[in-house]
Design a binder for this molecule. Sequence first.
Ligand code: HT7
Ligand code: ZN
Length: 858
Amino acid sequence: PTVINRLDYTPPAWLVPQIALDFALSLDATRVLSVLSVERNPANPAPTLRLNGDGIAARSVNVDGQPHNDWRMDGADLLIDLPGEAHTVTIETVVNPTANTQLSGLYASGGMLCTQCEAEGFRRITFFPDRPDVLSVYTVKMAGDKQKFPILLSNGNPVASGEGEDGTHWAEWHDPWPKPSYLFALVAGDLVASRDSFTTRSGRKVDLAIYVRAGDEARTDHAMRSLIASMEWDEEVYGREYDLDLFNIVAVSDFNAGAMENKGLNVFNTRYILADPETATDGDYDAVEGVVAHEYFHNWSGNRVTCRDWFQLSLKEGFTVLRDQQFSADRGSAPVKRIEDVRILRAAQFPEDSGPLAHPIRPDSYQEISNFYTATVYNKGAEVIRMMTVLAGPERFRKGTDLYFDRHDGEAATCEDFVKAIEDGAGLDLTQFRRWYQQAGTPRVDVAVAHAGDTVTLTLKQTVPPTPGQPDKQPMVIPLRTALFDRATGKHDGEHLIVLAEAEQSFSFSGHATPPVLSINRGFSAPVAIASPVSNEDLVFLAAHDDDPFARYEAMQQLVVQHLVSAVRGELSPAQRDAGRKAIGEAFAAVLADGALDDLMRGELVILPGESYLHEQLAPVDPGKVRAEREDLKRWLGETLKAEWTTLHDRCSAVPYSLDAAARGARKLKTQALVYLAPAAPTEAARRARAQYDAATNMTDRQGALMVLAGLDVPERAVALADFHQRFAGNMLVIDKWFSLQAGSLHPDALAHVQALAGHPDFTLNNPNRVRALYMAAAANPGVFHDASGAGYRMIADLILQLDPINGNVAARFVPPLGRWKKIEPARAALMRAELERIAAQPGLSRDVREQVSKSLE
Ligand code: HT7
Ligand code: ZN
């Protein structure tokens, strides 16, 4: 396989300051005429112009207005030797959007045409130096049938339009901001717009439009509000203003990812635009707000300052995730947002960091760049920059980002440029900190606490585990917000920022006449795993008293993790099991009774650690045992606190629907109460869930109730599932939920349900949302995926093989769950590996799947 290495970067030989594109639109044969003004790059002059292509052929090539035959192909790339300093190269291609099931390049979705060019889709439309360090000013003309494509959109501003012959029309767009080809976009279709406007602080009036299919416009209000809030927030918090007179968003049903930040023309998965109370949960509302903000924020972190090469992906993605996390924290409950972000990191990124696909946030090599749009690059990337905010403090960090944007505006920059700007602007020395960009793996910090006289000494030892290609690691810089609580007063004497930078280091604090209770990595100030021997008693103390809400959550989690891990390992005597459960029950009861807590936070505190996080603590892991112990603890908590759960369910059910925090908290707890009652009192839980389902005025309540029913073997289950399907027939996003709920359910027959659902008339492999709804939920459900027979593994491997020729990008996303085989007990591990080998033996695999499978077998 061809491996691209970060250190092999060379500047492009030719630059393309201008490009004019002319599209004759058609669903199955769109003609593309591309006129490139090319100039030799003084930084790396060479005679050959390399234009990348992928699955396209040149119909004609002209140079300086003359037909030119002296070009050649090198694989999929078109090469032309050019004698002068500057030339005009014109190339004609024809593409078939309907046949483009990969959804990369120009493709058809429900009768409309749209593009997805990141990372390397532009080369599937026309020949071009398709690399992010070639920035061009785009002029785009498109013509097509007026009935089929009444709306014609591209980046920048509309400059001209008119009528053509035979019912056609045309439009021309011009984007004044030079951009890389991955930010090019075109949309043509029958769409309706919801409109609003925003005036920037320097007085520019920006027209905002969200384009959707007719009938969906009533579900765009939340996205529009989120967009306006994002524009305001970026001015206020980062000093960044929008820079065009219009900002368009288009929602499409067929999309490989969440959304795309094309300059002035964001394209979104409908999932992250459409929301109303009846069809979208509170979680969906948050996701819409977060993704709209994320894509908008890219206008500066990604578009105005872009990436030099794809190894720098975290430069834009890590930073933009941090920005969207900060925005959402400011809009809602900051502690709850932090907990959710850490939960995602632990569920998705920690397993990546400890598996065969582990890579640094700035990878060193790749075969297929699409495989590097990972939780590591995005979420760990955000955590790494968040640590800079911890080290610098918000004001100095802002000085750093101001300098970064000033210094690199209009450039294709590197992660090193970012770090240097933060160093210079914030006045930090990040020399050693840079290792976070180089080393993969989640550092583990072992903590020992010693007390003598009035001094407490913390001895911290860090270990960065070996990862593929990186057997030996250097110590990282690990900032740990820490507090020492006095047991008697329940208070601490101020927070300390401990910066662990050596393999082993001690920190002493005086003024502690009695041994204090340690609260460390408060706010999850560093993305590490802390191993500290804290007694159950101290964890119960912290869960009740810590003034850092994240630390309270963490204490609850640790209490449960410690107990479940020991239980799964068979280390608990009956008395120890009772004592462990008693401590957990006590902590839960305190949380349920604590009048000072809001319900949103209470809801977080009573969520048990997820199975994938528990798997991370155990190697090798028996997923069946983890499921059994976790469910049994749930049942025990359901029984022990039955009165509390039923009272809670009654109280929360009386709160009317609104989007305010109190009502959202009540909805969250309402379903949590059912989650605990379900294993303890299934008949009562089913009755309550059915009542919640029937009375629901919103999707949060309805989905929550259905989720609980889907996991139970009760008569209400089938009735509610049938009702849901019929009630929302035709609404693709809600039918996705119907598939997901069943695939992710705790029902003992969930695997058979998934197998049957694959044959349901609503199931299709051509829509990524539908594929993910069924199979991602199944792959994330240990009860399905890790079925001891191996049928879950076989099902996912079959899916990969079937989907790969249709959409290799999406197919490759299903490989990592199988790749975790080394962490699983031997019998299942052998079955998982066998499935990987079966996939590897298939000829003609996409580069996407081939790379993931071969690395997973190493
Ligand atoms: N920057 C966008 C990445 C993206 C993408 C990547 C691979 C294949 C399809 C894709 N669609 C969008 C999304 C973002 O992070 O904002
Ligand atoms: Zn992004």
